[in-house]
Write a protein that binds this ligand. Structure first.
Ligand code: SER
Length: 596
């Protein structure tokens, strides 16, 4: 059964059980500052699992884009993927164990749905410990449904407990479902505890009834929830009898493209094919959600994935730029499910630009690495040398580590980290001197332009889309300058629309005030801005400037008291700033009109 059909059936099945299908959230988590990416379907739902009413009700289902980057170096084997789709259904304080398990069983075994024969299934349940009791209830429900006792294994917290997604949050015991992938029939007494190689986990029903606190303790949640997760790629692979997800139709068109580009065969040596396919698929998803390669946070992970894929491409003999061609395949396979991938031109340009950038230094970097290798006396490359590869040639440290490993060498990682820290401190000090927080001073002129910057940020998102984020801001008495991610030159109509919106909000004379909030609360309320902006940080809280009902943004201030203090707003320039980043300069009309 193809992935497309599995996905469709899953969502139809849960719709038939009263669930509302919600769209996938972006891969950039909005409710959790402790992780870089959304790692599970429940992640964007945390506020609702904690009791906030969800606008679509208390039964939800979807396919969620998930990124897990803990094991990038492992990618290349049959099991690791950095991006995957998680099919999930949720009960927000509605049904609990019995319905969750019954429906999982029906979906897996009924001929109308996946039709998996009972002999190919086994389950695990939580064996109990000091935090929560042995889950006889779940085991009893499985037995009633017809799962034989010898296919039910009781396992510990490491195996049968899920969450939280970040450091604290909702979590609970789970029951997991496994599919037999061994030769012939599963032996009589075999189960996932006795034979972990031949039973592959396909679905996890979590009974979220606890909250893990900062101190590691578990307290009961007011609301009993169900959170389930089924990895689509893996289920497609096992149902199709394939060794890995890479051999399913979700990846095969990408693999075939790489075969054509390299003149090599996937079957002869699949590792490089998998690395390229996985990494560029993930980077495509990231680009669709507004990430651009950079040296920080999500952007750094994206850069690392792309550059690792490019290096493997070179290694396998690809001479020309190829990443955009692969991204195009990914878009083709997934854009009807994830419509943000339809921003094809923007995504491809990000790929071309990053590849071009790396192209300029990759060969010189490799030569530098070879020189290093020749000079080397022991088996450890100095941190300073690894830092030069990073700083001058754009080699992510993990990539240098991989190169070193292939050559049987080590890297002085501590030395590298030290150089990195020193470099960061230096550039931070420099930036501070230059901008002092983006604002030249707190004069009336700068303050007005600062308020105008917030209106501009929101108006750009309204006109161009939610992928737009501030990438830089600089204000002098004369003008504001605002950098943001967007891939195309803005049209005259778009510029006009942005101006019109801002002037409308100026006319509306919105009141401006600030509130101090928890970062989580701010995220829930849809506040935009840099959550790590040190000018807006107060004892783990953030300062949020609110302009009527139009704009909510994290900021240290200062701002005017009413937007009516601004008089007219005008854009004077729109231009490219760097790859994927546009720059707008604008002025606020002073009392003397000729000053435009
Ligand atoms: N959160 C659980 C998981 O990721 C079930 O969705 O496995």
């Amino acid at each position: 059964m193809e992935a497309r059909e599995i996905r469709k059936k899953f969502l139809e099945f849960f719709e038939s059980k009263g669930h509302k299908v919600i769209p996938s959230a972006r891969v950039l988590p909005e409710n959790d500052p402790t992780v870089l990416f959304t790692t599970a379907g429940m992640h964007p739902l945390v506020p609702y699992l904690l009791g906030e009413p969800h606008p679509m009700g208390n039964r939800l289902a979807n396919t969620q884009k998930c990124i897990r980057t803990g094991d990038i170096e492992e990618v290349g084997d049959t099991t690791h993927l950095t991006f995957f789709e998680m099919l999930g259904n949720w009960s927000l304080g509605d049904y609990f164990k019995e319905d969750a398990i019954k429906w999982s069983f029906e979906f897996l075994t009924s001929k109308e749905w996946l039709g998996i024969p009972l002999e190919k299934l086994a389950v695990t349940v939580f064996e109990g410990d000091d935090d929560a009791p042995r889950d006889e209830e779940a085991a009893g429900i499985w037995k009633e449904l017809g799962v034989p006792e010898h296919r039910i294994a009781y396992m510990n917290k490491k195996a049968n407990w899920w969450g939280p997604a970040g450091q604290t949050g909702p979590c609970g015991p789970d029951t997991e479902m496994f599919y037999w992938v061994g030769e012939g029939d599963a032996p009589m007494d075999s189960n996932p505890k006795t034979d972990e190689d031949n039973w592959v986990e396909i679905w996890n029903d979590v009974f979220m009834q606890y909250f893990k606190q900062d101190d590691g303790s578990f307290t009961p949640l007011e609301q009993q929830n169900v959170d389930t997760g089924m990895g689509l790629e893996r289920v497609a692979a096992v149902l199709q009898g394939k060794k890995s997800a890479y051999e399913t139709e979700l990846f095969m068109p990408i693999i075939e493209k790489i075969e054509a580009l390299t003149d090599q065969k996937y079957d002869d040596d699949p590792r490089g094919f998998r690395i390229i396919a996985d990494h560029l698929r993930t980077a495509t998803i990231m680009a669709g959600d507004g990430v651009v390669p950079s040296n920080n946070d999500q952007g750094y992970v994206m850069r690392r994935l792309m550059r690792r894929a490019i290096r493997w491409g070179k290694k396998m003999g690809i001479q020309e730029g190829f990443t955009a061609t692969i991204a195009k395949k990914v878009i083709h396979i997934l854009s009807d499910i994830f419509p943000e991938l339809n921003q094809e031109e923007m995504i491809l340009k990000i790929f071309r630009d990053e590849e071009e950038k790396f192209e300029k230094t990759i060969h010189a970097g490799l030569r530098e690495f070879e020189k290093l290798q020749k000079r080397l006396e022991g088996d450890t490359i100095e941190g300073k040398a690894a830092f030069k590869l990073y700083d001058t040639y754009g080699y992510p440290i993990e990539m240098t580590e991989e190169l070193a490993e292939e050559a049987g060498l080590k890297i002085d990682r501590e030395g590298f980290d030290q150089c990195f820290k020193e470099h960061q401190e230096k550039s931070r000090a420099g930036a501070q001197q230059k901008f002092s927080g983006g604002l030249a001073d707190d004069s009336a002129e700068c303050t007005r332009l600062h308020t105008a910057t917030h209106l501009l940020h929101q108006a750009l998102r309204d006109v161009l889309g939610d992928h737009v984020y501030q990438k830089g801001s600089n204000i002098t008495k004369e003008r504001l300058r605002f950098d943001f991610n967007h891939d195309e030159k803005m049209t005259q109509e778009q510029l006009q629309e942005v101006e019109n919106i801002i002037n409308r909000e100026i006319q509306n004379d919105l009141p401006v005030h600030f509130e101090i909030m928890d970062p989580d609360e701010a995220r829930e309320k849809g506040v935009i801005g840099l959550f790590d902006d040190k000018y807006a940080q107060l004892d783990n809280k953030v300062k949020v400037y609110i302009m009527g009902d139009y704009s909510k943004e994290i900021c240290g201030g200062p701002h005017v008291e009413h937007t009516g203090e601004l008089t007219e707003f005008k854009i004077t320039k729109e231009q490219a700033s760097s790859a994927g980043i546009r720059r707008i300069k604008a002025v606020v009309k002073a009392n003397s009109p000729e000053k435009f």
